[in-house]
Design a binder for this molecule. Sequence first.
Ligand code: HEM
Length: 523
Amino acid sequence: MAPTATSNGSHLLSHIQDVALAYPLQLVAVFILFRLLWNKFQPQLVSIPGPPLAAYTKLWRLYDVWKGQAHLTAVALHRKYGPLVRIGPNHVSVADPSYIPVFYNIKENYTKSGFYPIQCVSWKKQPEMNLFSTRDPNYHRVEKRKVGAAYSLPNLLESEEAIDSCIKLFMDRLDEVAGKGQPVDLGAWLQYFAFDVVGEVTFASKLGFLEQGQDVDGMMKAIEGMLTYAALCGQVPEWHKYLLGNPAFTWVMPAMETWNQVLVFTLKAINGRASIKRDGELISADTGGRDMLSRWASVKSSDPLKMSTRDIIVHLSTNVFAGSDTTAIALRAVVYYLCKNPHYMAKVVEEIDSADKQGQLSTPISYKESTTLLPYFNAVLKEAMRIHPSVGLLMERHVPPEGVEIQGHFIPGGTIVGINPWVTNRDKSVFPDPDEFRPQRWLEVSPDRLKQMDNILELNFGGGSRKCIGRNISMIEMQKVLPQLFREYTVELTHLDKEWHIVNHWFVQQEGVVCNLRRRRKN
Ligand code: HEM
């Protein structure tokens, strides 16, 4: 009798089982090999150039990020391979700035990748997405509508006096430490300043960084740990559920629950101004101030459906996480590049002194004075942010289902694409001699070219509807504190010949901005 299809099938199955039992390791090896080849030879991505290993496995990127210099790798790869580089089985890095408004648009059809949601806090044992971490465009729209107004320039300028109080304290503290005649870790002090400014605009209180002259409650260290985790696990986000995303992991190693250190710190700052009941409900808060806690508590008390306690806590904690490192990086870049180029420092000081002599500057310098009277300083600020953007990895987005044509290549829906500002800010066709720090490039171009340069530089803050909501906070504080610093102090690197140390774990942190400070004028 001829064998039936069913008996053939069961024979084959039992044969495979036999082989699997006899050669388990070989079978796994075949499976891995098949997977690697499948990754590499995806028909629509195979023709995109890139480092040979990267197309086979995500581990290439994980290793690159782990080394902490992925921003330099990205620049080098695009110089070698051109505007499109395949940096992972499903990842394409794009250098062409004309795709900035395509990927980062206001429709949000290029949604954020799995890199982002692993960067959220948990509240009442639930992961809670904030504006930065959510991938859901609808949730993002709803949440942004609740809080967006508090970050507008006019509303923030109502807190200018609060920022002035931070500048005053910053200068007083520098007087104390510089008065000892010792070198000052100005890089650290700039971060203390940035933290206290976030405290003022968020909670109407300084967070104690300048006062104590140190990392309060280990917050800077905790954020550094979070960023390192995000940078590494973000390359393989599917591992998150086995790592910090797994509740069992943080029971075994509570010290690893770093995300929640930010939440605890936020609750402490809120409790200085408001009361939170045992069940976590915000019951009373001073609602008269211009800071975000007051503004949002006031909305909540008039209409609890518009703003919940959860909303307030989640959005306030995002400020603590996202607001200080990013700004401190830009502040350090200005100080470092000016110290390394004393002739540019002299021009900045000359501009400030000349405005000062004409009685045009308040103490501290106001935002309006800085933005209208100090064009050379503003060119320096832009140039420092161009040459050293605060974020240094790809800002990843999923291509929508219909796919996209880039530089003659069709990239299918679902592929992860993105642009790294380190790459576009060094585009030779827009910024000649891109590796050189040359502030005057912002002053000697036509209005059209300047607009193009400004648009590219803005990618430092992301783009479209997911653009940095805290941009204005940073710009106000940077435009005020830096000219005030150079007005009051002669700033020089203690070791002029030494390079700073840079590590890119999502944010491109620097160490080694240690300076000698000499007072130029009395307080
Ligand atoms: C120089 C300073 C800063 C830089 C360079 C910077 C950079 C960025 C970038 C690049 C993004 C978009 C990330 C992406 O799409 O992948 C972003 C988003 C964000 N930033 Fe900033 N940031 C800065 C300061 C701040 C400050 C001071 C705050 C708050 C106090 C803040 C809060 C946020 C939030 C909440 C988002 C998410 C916005 C959304 O998706 O709607 N940032 N930032």
